[in-house]
Design a protein around this ligand. Structure first.
Ligand code: SF4
Length: 353
């Protein structure tokens, strides 16, 4: 799969109402969203991702994730920096929320501007920041002189929007720092631009193990043949793959959809890792669900599928990720716990002291 393939996709990115209307029958709500919210929060869609859209159904989960909606302009709780990353940036584009880990935003570009994105302050923003080689050097110098950092998440935007040579340079520089034990990449390209996962890119990535990749499928419809093939190429390069989904109202906030998603993921060697409560990112009120919805979904998954197919449900707060799980201890006695079982019954398990 030559480079021209993904570069060609990007060159043909859809950015106008007219181009999008040539592919899907836009309804009035979508047209209004493009003209109003699309001005405030920019949008772009790869032809590949647009090709997954149902041309006749405005409720299509692919359409809802990518086409601006008028509701984006009504979000009193939306916050520019919902998990407080900006004040904790010790070097350009570096975010240090934890002692031993940093997230490094190496670009602000993405193939598709997801409507629920929690980094809208960077992605497609005029304040995106400086991603020059000099800024990269400063970030690397900080990591090199901070021996507590053992894990670097290379993120963005989408890091795989960068050319192979830049990715090789970033990974090689991190690998040259002795205390960096693992490197992770967060990318949605397998979902929105699977052509980006070229054999040449995989050859670069596999030189930098231990390397982990987390991708971001939200709906089983995204597990199209091209995306599945992209995941297979990454897995064949020896890269453990995880998936982070966001719980999105009307898109994946029901058990059958989430079950199909997690089972589809494990079939293609991608482990469901996190299910995020939708962040308080600006313009996302219409996507947010009650926490009880997430708990009910996780509880139902727990009883219906392979244990490692069940993601951890988390709320990402400015004080760290908080894992939420359904209440399974219904009673404690001095020498036992009474547990709620997946079938709804209870079980008394001895609890040695
Ligand atoms: S790929 Fe990730 S960073 Fe980029 S717009 Fe989507 S959610 Fe935001």
């Amino acid at each position: 799969m030559p480079d021209e393939c993904w570069r060609g996709e990007l060159a043909r990115t859809i950015r106008t109402e007219t181009d999008l209307a040539a592919r899907v029958r836009l309804d009035e709500r979508e047209r209004e969203g493009i003209r109003s919210a699309g001005e405030r929060y920019p949008w772009r869609i790869t032809p590949y991702y647009a090709g997954l859209m149902d041309p006749d159904d405005p409720a299509c989960p692919i359409r809802r994730q990518a086409i601006p909606a008028p509701e984006e302009l009504h979000d009193p709780l939306g916050t520019r920096d919902p998990i407080g990353e900006e004040p904790r940036s010790p070097a350009p584009n570096l975010i240090r929320l934890y002692r031993d880990r940093v997230a490094w935003c190496v670009t602000a570009a993405c193939p598709v501007n997801c409507r629920f994105c929690f980094r809208k302050r960077l992605v497609a923003s005029p304040d995106a920041g400086d991603y020059s080689a000099a800024a990269r050097r400063e970030a690397l110098e900080y990591i090199a002189r901070t021996p507590e950092i053992r894990d670097v998440l290379v993120t963005g935007g989408d890091p795989l929007m960068l050319p192979d040579e830049t990715i090789a340079d970033i990974l090689g520089s991190l690998r040259a720092i002795g205390h960096v034990e693992i490197v992770r990449i967060g990318t949605r390209t397998p979902v929105t631009l699977p052509q980006r996962i070229t054999p040449e890119l995989c050859a670069v990535l596999e030189q930098h193990h231990p390397l982990w990749i987390n991708t971001h499928f939200n709906h089983p419809k995204e597990l199209a043949p091209e995306a599945v093939a992209a995941c297979a190429r990454l897995a064949a390069a020896g890269i453990p793959l995880g998936n982070q989904s966001v719980l999105l109202k009307g898109i994946n906030d029901d058990v059958p959809t989430m079950l199909a998603l997690v089972q589809g993921l494990v079939k293609v060697r991608v482990r469901p890792y996190y299910l995020f409560q939708c962040h308080l990112a600006p313009g996302t009120a219409h996507f947010r669900t009650p926490v009880e919805t997430g708990l009910a979904i996780v509880s139902a998954l727990r009883g219906s599928t392979t244990g490692f197919a069940v993601p951890t449900y988390v709320v990402d707060t400015p004080r760290g990720k908080v894992a939420l799980s359904p209440q399974t201890i219904v009673e404690r006695t001095p020498d036992a716990v009474v547990l709620r079982c997946p079938d709804g019954s209870t079980w008394t398990e001895p609890n040695p002291r």
